[in-house]
Design a protein around this ligand. Sequence first.
Ligand SMILES: Cc1cc2nc3c(=O)[nH]c(=O)nc-3n(C[C@H](O)[C@H](O)[C@H](O)COP(=O)(O)OP(=O)(O)OC[C@H]3O[C@@H](n4cnc5c(N)ncnc54)[C@H](O)[C@@H]3O)c2cc1C
Length: 535
Amino acid sequence: MNCSDSIVIVGGGSSGWMTASSLSQFFPNKKITVIESPDIPRIGVGESTLEHFTFWLHSAGINPTDLFRYCDGTYKLSIKFNQFYKKDDKGFHYPFGSSSPDKQIFQELGINAFQYLKWKYPELPNSYFADSYWPAVALCHSNTINFNENKEFANLDLSRAYAFHFDAIMFADYLRDHVCIPRNVQHISSTVTDINLNDDGIESVQLKNGDLVHADLFIDCTGFKSLLLNKLKAEWISYSDIIPNNRAWTARVPYNDIHNQMKNYTDCTALGNGWVWNTPTWSRIGTGYVYSDHYTTPDDALLEFTSHLKAQGYKTSEISSYNDVHFRNGVQKDLWIQNCVAVGLSAGFIEPLESTGLFTTITTIDRLTEILNDDGYNQFQVNEFNILCRANFDGLAKFTASHYMFTQRDDTQYWKDCRTRDYNTHLLPYERDMPPLHSHDYYISEVLTKSYFDCKDKSDNGTSCIMNGMNHMSLNPWQITKDAYYGSGPSLKRLHLMLPDILEKSDRRIQRWNALAKISTNHYEYLRKIYWNAS
Ligand SMILES: Cc1cc2nc3c(=O)[nH]c(=O)nc-3n(C[C@H](O)[C@H](O)[C@H](O)COP(=O)(O)OP(=O)(O)OC[C@H]3O[C@@H](n4cnc5c(N)ncnc54)[C@H](O)[C@@H]3O)c2cc1C
């Protein structure tokens, strides 16, 4: 049993201060130190969270209200993906929270109801699935906020089921100054210049200010350089074979129509060689073009990006700078080696399309917290931690890749290659035992689609939104006919009888939700009144 009474976190970006926030909450008696270099800036992106983040705030003892007030926070209820399926498509949502399908329909057809509808009415847009299952999408369409006090929207619970956009730099500063330092986390502002090893791993780190800092456990939050873990001969597993993007131009754009532009969802729009994000914070919009420099030059990518921004109505002349961010998609084979654990970008990263950066930081912190709970750890726990963290990253990498896997775009070499790429790599643990030739088919049909859709009580997963949004149906006419023939699904006669009624009911629900959303409070106005006390 290794003891971990003193913990040193190297790195003061979001992941360093998030780790310190959780550990100081759960282990007030441990000595926790964060070493942050004043000379090496934080990456400064990572401004769009997932729903799980609000639980993390709760677990770390942080009041979500503070995120709005101190970190320029705004609401995020969904992610919208435009033009990933086809160049001119209207996009689809992946909303947070529980879905609210009509109970009666759901009992009989489960989440598959949409796919039966699509079978009978192929002209239904792919966006119809999320539109008809999640009332939150209506709030996205009208850019409003409604806490459902009158219970008019079935299942809508914005007190839990939401995420944030915020300013990444303000976020780390907030955690440092308002959460960690008041809890007696020690903050050292200096740069690690050397790492001293012993048989247990890291013995101490040498600082530029001359100090030598010892600890039982070291946490590497140094960003993409993985300064500490690399010293212990970490092995990096790249996802570049399934996710080609490796670079981003980022910028901050001023509002010129705040009521409309402060969207309550993250907007992602595919361009010729990647995609652009749009994450509105309280005082400006964060945006970036994620692309692959294998397919275009940085100069051409910047041109493509600025043309897109202009077409969106932004005044590009008011953008003070564009930052060139390089990144790598992949994960450490082992996130925990000897007495050193990597958290955040040093542990792994999947390009930001699904906002998984802070999410994987949280899942890593959760697992670490569980283990340290025993007031020590052994190798079995370390091995289990490594397997579970790896599997989490592998699964999310494939999930993210599904936006490229199922595209119908062929307007550039970038998109043509997305359609022909072999995604049959990075198998999940249970897939590893399968014959390689079958694994890809198995993954697509059983893991990504069928097993999700066939499970009648599992309606709230992102996979169903992405698969339906990308028009990848597990229920095709052949399958429906076969299920009807063998009695494992509804008969064709029954389907033809019930589907018109289901469509009518769904249409009515969408209309009702949209009407209610329209008379709800504008997102910007809501934040202004509630968090900024403006009349
Ligand atoms: C283009 C892009 C977009 C992204 N968008 C999202 C998103 O929308 N949502 C999301 O959840 N995630 C996103 N991410 C991921 C997110 O940015 C990171 O998960 C998050 O910022 C955590 O970063 P970090 O703290 O690990 O690293 P960093 O912010 O890079 O921090 C590293 C820290 O280590 C310190 N340091 C480095 N070397 C030393 C040294 N020698 N001595 C002492 N200190 C040192 C630095 O000073 C700094 O404080 C995005 C990432 C990229 C690249």
